[in-house]
Design a binder for this molecule. Structure first.
Ligand code: FMN
Length: 195
């Protein structure tokens, strides 16, 4: 029997029940509908120290900071599909999400300095998808966050499968009033497993 596709959902907002949580939850339900095994990672439940730029990972590809990120590395590497959801905070992802991304520097080292084949061309292929919302209507509100997400996924050998982003979404639950948004998230989750 074919092993179920493993989907890791990264909840990057500290606001529980908020807009990105609602969207990511729908995407994960869509993935589950297609038979995927889903793991939910609520970043605000973890202690992830920001990268200290100590270069302690340069020779080993292992981060020397012994906090909750150590539990997260195997989850990132074990996933077939990673969905990162973060609202826009000051034109970027939240500090919660950015801390995880910056701590992935240890994996960047494995891939690009140590040439670890498991993260190279012949290594496991993953898929990455980004979900975001912002309160304003600014033309470029998602640009910085999308670039950050793309480079994060690159480190994980995850093909960037695209994003689902919504503007003018501010109060908790506002996304539910956005016509079709939750349905689009559900479909995106299904497609990530089927494609
Ligand atoms: C610290 C902070 C910074 C924010 N910065 C921006 C911003 O730069 N642009 C924007 O459009 N919205 C900004 N917002 C609004 C949030 O993106 C918005 O309220 C979003 O719906 C929150 O998503 P959540 O419910 O998933 O937490 C900011 C909110 C906070 C708390």
């Amino acid at each position: 029997m074919k092993a179920a596709i493993k989907v890791l959902g990264i909840f990057g907002s500290p606001r529980r029940g908020g807009n990105t949580e609602l969207l990511l939850e729908e995407a994960l339900r869509g993935a589950e509908r297609e038979g995927a095994t889903v793991e939910r990672l609520y970043l605000s439940d973890f202690t992830i120290t920001p990268c200290k730029e100590c270069h302690g990972c340069d020779n080993t590809g292992n981060c020397v900071i012994l906090d909750d990120m150590q539990k997260i590395y195997p989850k990132l590497l074990g996933a077939d599909v990673i969905i990162l959801a973060s609202p826009i905070f000051f034109y970027g992802v939240t500090a919660w999400a950015k801390a995880l991304i910056d701590r992935s520097q240890a994996l960047w080292v494995r891939k690009y300095l140590l040439k670890d084949p498991s993260l190279g061309k012949g290594g496991k292929k993953r898929k990455g998808f980004f979900i975001s919302v912002g309160a304003t209507k600014g033309e470029k509100i998602f640009e910085g966050a999308i670039l950050t997400a793309k480079y994060f996924f690159d480190v994980l050998n995850a093909e960037y499968m695209g994003e689902l982003v919504f503007k003018s979404v501010e109060a908790k639950g506002d996304i539910s009033k956005h016509p079709g948004a939750l349905g689009q998230a559900f479909e995106a989750g299904r497609k990530l497993v089927l494609e």
